[in-house]
Ligand binder design. Sequence first.
Ligand code: FES
Length: 78
Amino acid sequence: MEEPVVVQKAPYVMKTEPRKYAWCACGLSQGQPFCDGAHKGTGFSPIIEEITVERNVAWCGCKLSKTKPFCDGSHAEL
Ligand code: FES
């Protein structure tokens, strides 16, 4: 199985408005942590997540979380 690119060993913590988001799973997007279509030709596709209330979200930045698209602390093991 293909491995995603580790973009950073920390989450992207940001205030996030309610709407649907496409989280980048491959690590190739230039607009992290979200998909920009760069996964084309890889085995990856984005994870669609709907945020229903404005809140701070810790989006996974290492792409290895077991609770994608959210950070679960997996980056600490890199
Ligand atoms: S650019 Fe990474 S999943 Fe789309």
